[in-house]
Design a protein. Structure first.
Length: 259
């Protein structure tokens, strides 16, 4: 029962994490304009992974997608790739996990197969969570670097000062979603141990004959008439070497073997 609960909880937590990664990737507020020195402004700018938006004081918002790929920074493209890889792995992990649930019986699927599928989905969730956390952290590092560079230029009185950007809400959603996917993957890996069938404690022991391998064949029983001559073993005078039986052991004559 505990294995089933752990598996279901891992599936639910991982589903929330994958959904959060999708929402975070689609959000536009990855970076927002810093209004610390200028709280009253007519234009508010924020940017996402796919487009940049401008919101006016009248409430009108205009968003413009990025029409270039090669013109974007390399780290920006790396963040895109990490988020997409995390989403794809998360969706594949959910599909595998659905068929691996112990409460769902599909045909004659054995518990060992479900255990392997559960472990596979858990690893996918862990990798997806790590991709999401890494992508969000890389973007946050870019924001921190640009923020302090803009602050330095501002205090030095340089012209053409660019707007400073700070963390947007999408970053926090991505961090939480990546953590949920990571925790869900760990729970799935722990549930895999309970699905593995226990090995038999008693192993079969094979007994082999000490001598040559003798094959025994079943056949019809031969009934004797009672008048067949008895085969007797004759030995010569002296101490001769005792005859060996078929199983390799030495047999010694008894007193009834001599006439």
């Amino acid at each position: 029962m505990s294995t089933t609960i752990c598996q279901v909880m891992g599936f639910v937590v991982s589903s929330l994490g994958v959904a959060g990664c999708i929402v975070s990737t689609a959000m536009d507020m990855w970076s927002t304009q810093d209004l610390y020195d200028n709280p009253v402004t007519a234009v508010f700018q924020y940017q996402g992974l796919w487009r940049s938006c401008v919101q006016q004081s009248s409430g009108f918002t205009e968003c413009r997608p990025y029409f270039t790929v090669l013109g974007l920074p390399a780290m920006f493209q790396a963040v895109r790739a990490l988020m997409i890889v995390g989403i794809v792995l998360g969706i594949l992990g959910l599909l595998v996990c659905i068929f691996a649930l112990k409460c769902i019986r599909i045909g004659s699927m054995e518990d060992s197969a479900k255990a392997n599928m559960t472990l596979t989905s858990g690893i996918m969730f862990i990798v997806a969570g790590l991709c999401a956390i890494t992508g969000v952290s890389v973007f946050a590092n870019m924001l921190v670097t640009n923020f302090w560079m803009s602050t330095t230029n501002m205090y030095q009185g340089m012209q053409n000062i660019q707007n400073r950007y700070t963390f947007g809400s999408a970053l926090f959603v991505g961090w939480v979603a990546g953590g949920l996917a990571l925790v869900g993957g760990i729970m799935m890996c722990l549930a895999c141990r309970g699905l593995v069938p226990e090995e038999s404690r008693y192993k079969a022991v094979s007994y082999n004959a000490s001598g040559r391998n003798i094959s025994y064949k079943t056949g019809p029983i031969k009934v004797g008439s009672g008048y067949e001559p008895e085969t007797k073993t004759r030995k010569g005078a002296g101490y001769e070497e005792a005859a060996r039986s078929e199983d390799g052991r030495r047999s010694y004559p008894s007193k009834y073997d001599y006439v």
